[in-house]
Design a protein around this ligand. Sequence first.
Ligand SMILES: Nc1ncnc2c1ncn2[C@@H]1O[C@H](COP(=O)(O)OP(=O)(O)OP(=O)(O)O)[C@@H](O)[C@H]1O
Ligand SMILES: [Mg+2]
Length: 514
Amino acid sequence: MTDHAPEPTPAIELRGIVKRFPGVVANDGVNLTVLPGTIHAIVGENGSGKSTLMKTLYGAHRPDEGDIVLGGETVSFKSPRDAIARGIGMVFQHFMLADNLTVWENIVLGHEPGSAALLNRREARRSLRELGFRYGLRIDPEEYVSELGVGDKQRVEILKVLYRGARIVILDEPTAVLVPQEVNELFTSLRKLTTEGVTIIFISHKLDEVLAVADAITVIREGRTVGEVRPGDVTARDLAQMMVGRELPRPVPRTDRPSEEVALMLDDVSVAGVSDKAALDHVSIRVHKGEVVGVAGVEGNGQTELLDAIMGLRPLLSGSIELTHHRLDSMSTRERRDAGIGYIPEDRQKDGVVLAAPLWENVMLGHQDSKPFSVRGFVDRIAARNQTRRIITDYDVRTPSTDVAAIALSGGNQQKLIVGREMTAGPAVLIAAHPTRGVDVGAQAAIWDYIRSARTNGLAVLLISADLEELLALSDTLLVMLRGCVVATLDPVKVTIGELGAYMTGAASGGEAA
Ligand SMILES: Nc1ncnc2c1ncn2[C@@H]1O[C@H](COP(=O)(O)OP(=O)(O)OP(=O)(O)O)[C@@H](O)[C@H]1O
Ligand SMILES: [Mg+2]
């Protein structure tokens, strides 16, 4: 776009959008202007109202006040059906696919009436392949969604929206679950879409990505628009400060050393895979007291199986697992937790919280039979609420009360609640999968600090993350997993992002820097 050309009519204009929930004003007069054929990013802290604003644009919420203007025309949506009819598509923060259906069934069914869809089966699959090819969203229509990694699922969600003819595509944190290589592929696809006139709204907490891909960025704070900036005019730090309204803490390098004492030991562990692609293949890992061992890898290279093996969710084919010299192999998941393992799961909505239950019940989850929540077999609700209040304060969970259902929390705030619950239970070993996934930069810094100070006090941490910056910031030792094996042991201080990427994709081998 040149400076002198007249501005085109915006594809989307949101004017003074207000959306209230009980006890919360999620959007408090938000303005947003998006030009056609651009990638427009929205950034803001957890709970600042990004998802709510997008659900309003998508017709999933009715705004209490304000106007939605599309291509110069004010519209009023009663449901997503109306928004879809106007060419709006949305990919939600949490996947909405049916695991037991194939890719093409997920995309086509629910769009066309059943019988017509079945008749057009062949045609549907053909046009899906073509669509995928055109935008670099490679996908096998015949594959079952349960077999797909997160990167593939993301592509399916986007294809689903495009298949329905969307000209405005809303992506709510599409990169939170992706590793850098997948992010690059996604961005290439998005660029391609914009050259064909598709308008994209992109939400992310990864500010470097936002700066790399967006044409314009709108910053929101506490439900209000703070401003709109161009990526060339600001740094990631500037953006963070606009979002948060204050300075971010800077990390301090580690001065103490981990102990010699082994807290968690996996010896020659093998398990069968979710699909035969990614079993765990004779893996040995040691995590010492006071040490953070990071695990890098492209999703689907055995990380899920590793977590399942440690938590007792999948039987071992070989090897053993010990927690401070006690064999875990025959213990249930509950017994492992009671023995001192804290667990931040990969999929927070599936394994981390009960969405319908209030926060205080969620805080007891996995700990309901032990102190302080259980007194002679009775649940101590006062203790549970007090503990919840502590977590809300310490982990900055934005919520009106301890009694709202977990589903009413924003995605990042659900994550903060889980991290807070696991950390405050005082585990000996923390198994942390993507602990800051979907969490804003300020909260991420705070969680990193909590993990650092806990490990200084002796906590052993096994950290699995798609975020290389997080792995480098926290790990004392860095492992790389590829096809179910640990293929490299690296020193996070010496390794570069480029080298790490090469090990993760198998382009390099045999790292032994640590
Ligand atoms: N269905 C709901 N019922 C009650 N409150 C809700 C509901 N959905 C969102 N909220 C509240 O509205 C506020 C904004 O939430 P929203 O999900 O829009 O935040 P967000 O900016 O997307 O955050 P995140 O980065 O964590 O995803 C939060 O305080 C949240 O608790
Ligand atoms: Mg959100």
